[in-house]
Design a binder for this molecule. Structure first.
Ligand SMILES: [Zn+2]
Length: 461
């Protein structure tokens, strides 16, 4: 007897999109059957006629319960993972920050403390390295041994003073089998542009984009490509936003370099015009929103395979926290995205024929699972995989209202967007944790995921 059967849906599996019934036992997918094959075989049956059945999405870029500029994000691991689940995300990888004067192990311990009794879905961490000292570098293989096989580098706020130390860390991470996640913006170019703007008395959010123009990202990507080439390290660029950066990635790939690319929702749906809105601070994140031309580039890069992953960079604040900065350099960066990641990509991407359904599943589930060492347990509808599934209603119309969203943030960057397609049920390890936008998951039910080392052959997994 099965615990759960999902019948009648059109399922997206790695090999095809078509009708299939899925059987679940003890939290795992144990059977993929022809339509009708699993009726009356389970203690609970979900009729998903007319629905899509997708693997649960994996968001490998979140900042929950994070502190920045002495403030704390609106979402902790409970509210953030509930928002994730409500949007069809069943695993996240959050960024654990190396504390000042602390070790990488301190970061991991601190993040377990934030997550372990709160997360409602499965989770892992990347560790962000801020002090690439010999002691830190020596720790890297021990962190990888604990199932944390990726590290983040911010090429700003102190990076330039220690480039050679960071390059030693790049090599050590690669030798340990880890992937480097790089935030590529050039610190000196940002500093120069910012000084000029502030010197001319330009303090408002309408100048934010000019303080970090596209060439800031492009320059940093090119330099990081040189650094990682010399350090013999694979590189994963987070939240790319601009044409120049994407072109640099394409060339590096054409040269056979192990280079991966991520973007995030705001660069797909919003342009820099938003910074001239009366509350333009709402849309501030690093890097800034871009002109329409860059938005078009990012969509083309999703379709042609240059971008591997769409991840949220969910890092959200209350509106008052965003609006209270006295100049653009002090605006809390980031916003809420987790609940809208999948439905917006479906509505704007698949329903509008910019990307295929299979491609969408690759971008938000299968690729992140493979790249970050979670496949085949996560990221695809496969026999023996965890039963992390989304029954997705492709016709449901939803107008995005922050009051109806599960994040604790009190505004949504996509307020008023009309979306076609929304998750009906979200299933995590066989348990229905969200149904019709109501979450029933209990805090702490999420498991920490130990991840495998990065494989250069990830796409062949
Ligand atoms: Zn981030």
């Amino acid at each position: 007897m099965l615990d759960l059967a999902i019948v009648g849906a059109t399922a997206v599996t790695p090999s095809h999109v078509g009708p299939a019934d899925v059987g679940v036992r003890a939290g795992k997918i144990v059977e993929l059957a022809a339509p009708g094959g699993l009726r009356d075989q389970a203690s609970k049956t979900l009729d998903a006629t007319g629905m899509l059945l997708l693997p649960g999405a994996i968001d490998p870029h979140t900042h929950l319960d994070a502190e920045m500029f002495a403030s704390r994000t609106a979402d902790d691991f409970e509210s953030g993972t509930i928002a994730a689940a409500a949007g069809g995300v069943t695993s996240i990888i959050d960024y654990a920050f190396q504390p000042q004067n602390g070790t990488l192990a301190d970061a991991v311990a601190k993040w377990h403390d934030k997550a372990d009794r709160r997360a409602v879905i499965d989770y892992s961490f990347h560790v962000a390295i801020f002090d690439p000292s010999p002691e830190t570098i020596a720790e890297i293989p021990r962190i990888v041994d604990r199932g944390i096989s990726s590290f983040k580098i911010f090429m700003m706020a102190g990076f330039e003073a220690r480039v050679r130390d960071f390059m030693r860390a790049f090599r050590a991470a690669a030798e340990a089998g880890a992937l480097l996640n790089i935030h590529a913006e050039d610190e000196h170019l940002i500093g120069y542009c910012t000084e000029r703007l502030l010197g001319a008395g330009h303090r408002g959010v309408e100048y934010f984009a000019a303080s970090r123009p596209p060439i800031v990202e492009e320059t940093a990507v090119k330099r990081a490509l040189a650094m990682t080439e010399l350090a013999n390290a694979p590189a994963y660029f987070v939240h790319l936003s601009s044409t120049g950066a994407i072109d640099a990635i394409r060339r590096a790939r054409a040269d056979g370099r192990p280079v991966l690319a991520e973007t995030r929702p705001i660069y797909l749906y919003l342009t820099e015009d938003r910074f001239r809105d009366p509350q333009g601070e709402k849309y501030v994140g690093y890097p800034p929103l871009r002109p329409q031309e860059d938005v078009d580039t990012i969509w083309a890069a999703l379709a042609d395979g240059t971008i591997d992953v769409v991840a949220t960079d969910h890092c959200c604040w209350m509106l008052q926290q965003k609006l209270s900065a006295e100049r653009f350099t002090r605006i809390m960066p980031g916003m809420s995205n987790l609940e809208t990641l999948v439905p917006m990509l479906y509505s704007e991407g698949v329903a509008k024929n910019r990307i295929s359904l299979q491609r969408m599943v690759d971008l938000v589930a299968t690729n992140p699972a493979k790249i970050f060492g979670m496949y085949p347990r996560k990221g695809a509808i496969l026999q023996d995989a965890d039963a992390d599934l989304v029954v997705f209603d492709p016709n449901r119309k939803v107008t995005i209202r922050s009051t109806e969203m599960h994040s604790r943030s009190d505004y949504d960057p996509f307020e008023g967007f009309e979306i076609t397609g929304w998750p009906r049920e979200t299933i995590s390890r066989g348990e229905i944790i969200v149904a019709n936008r109501k979450a029933t998951a209990s805090a702490g039910r999420g498991h920490f995921l130990e991840r495998a080392r990065y494989s250069l052959e990830w796409h062949r997994l």
